[in-house]
Design a protein around this ligand. Structure first.
Ligand SMILES: NC(=O)c1ccc[n+]([C@@H]2O[C@H](COP(=O)([O-])OP(=O)(O)OC[C@H]3O[C@@H](n4cnc5c(N)ncnc54)[C@H](OP(=O)(O)O)[C@@H]3O)[C@@H](O)[C@H]2O)c1
Length: 264
């Protein structure tokens, strides 16, 4: 089975290198193309460097890892060479199967990985159009398991699903960036040390919850004793943060709707 990747940016690069670590995938079976060819010099040892049309012509599973603004022109470019039985995989959560099928009516899947795929801990979302058969799903799942867990969702939930796994590293990083910056104003502890303290506590809290099966509520109750200092802080978050979270999803989902409209 040949795997093609068009677009060697953040996602294409991550997928290519992770696939290349899979002992079952040989260099001859991994094809990659990118608008700026020079970027591909670093992959000579692990993949076949090609043009978009050549990648599309060879691939049994073709990952198109370009930004939404470039997606339609790439599909136009490869529409007449893609194999009749190929599985086309779009990395974009906003562009509908309907829009893609207006250009290429092949079996199509959407795959949304998270940046955490880089350490094999992605919560990767997948959805399939009606043409995709169980055998294709199994092949795609088998490929994707090297970057973490795979979660199948209906197409209509890929937007909000993407906010929860793919955008979330950015949301989490920005929330804790604000917390560290504000904390800096209340202490002489150097910024780097504040960040290290908060980052490791944040990461360990997540692992603690996963390993011990704890809920958010249980963590809060374990730390925030009645009338104590933590409780004063968590009260502020529960009172004020819902409005910000509401605004965040309102804005991102609206942006997602606009992106989908521009492309249809
Ligand atoms: N970043 C994330 O965390 C993330 C997570 C989930 C899903 N996604 C989705 O994944 C897709 C790709 O995002 P990204 O973050 O990987 O974008 P990116 O880093 O900007 O990479 C896009 C790549 O596509 C290449 N490209 C553009 N036009 C091309 C063309 N006509 N032919 C061949 N290659 C072309 C670019 O080449 P150049 O080198 O010339 O610029 C660039 O390397 C998007 O739809 C995004 O929504 C991203």
């Amino acid at each position: 089975m040949k795997i093609g990747i068009i677009g060697y940016g953040s996602m294409g690069k991550m997928l290519l290198w992770k696939f290349s670590e899979n002992a079952e995938i040989e260099k001859k079976d991994l094809l990659v193309s990118n608008r700026t060819q020079e970027k591909l010099e670093e992959v000579r040892e692990i993949a076949q460097i090609a043009e978009n049309r050549e990648t599309a012509k060879e691939a049994d599973i073709l990952f198109v890892c370009v930004r939404p603004v470039d997606l339609m022109s790439v599909l136009e470019e490869i529409r007449d060479v893609i194999k009749p039985d190929a599985l086309l995989v779009s990395l974009n959560g906003s562009i509908s199967f309907e829009s893609i099928h207006q250009i290429i009516s092949r079996k199509t899947a959407k795959v949304i990985p998270s940046l955490t795929a880089e350490i094999g801990r992605s919560q990767t979302l997948v959805c399939y159009d009606h043409q995709v058969i169980e055998e294709d799903k199994a092949a795609l799942n088998n490929l994707l398991k090297c970057i973490g867990d795979v979660i199948e969702l209906p197409e209509g939930e890929m937007g909000m699903g993407s906010e929860l796994v793919s955008c979330m590293p950015g949301f989490i990083a920005s929330i804790f960036d604000v917390i560290c910056s504000v904390a800096e104003g209340h202490t002489s502890i150097p910024k780097e040390q504040i960040i290290r303290m908060v980052l490791h506590t944040m990461s360990a809290t997540g692992d603690l919850m996963i390993q011990k099966g704890m809920t958010f509520d249980e963590v809060v109750n374990r730390v925030a004793t009645k009338g104590g200092i933590t409780e004063a802080g968590t009260k502020v978050i529960y009172e004020n943060f819902p409005e910000t979270a509401e605004e965040l999803f309102r804005k991102t989902l609206e942006k997602r709707r606009q992106t989908a409209k521009i492309r249809t």
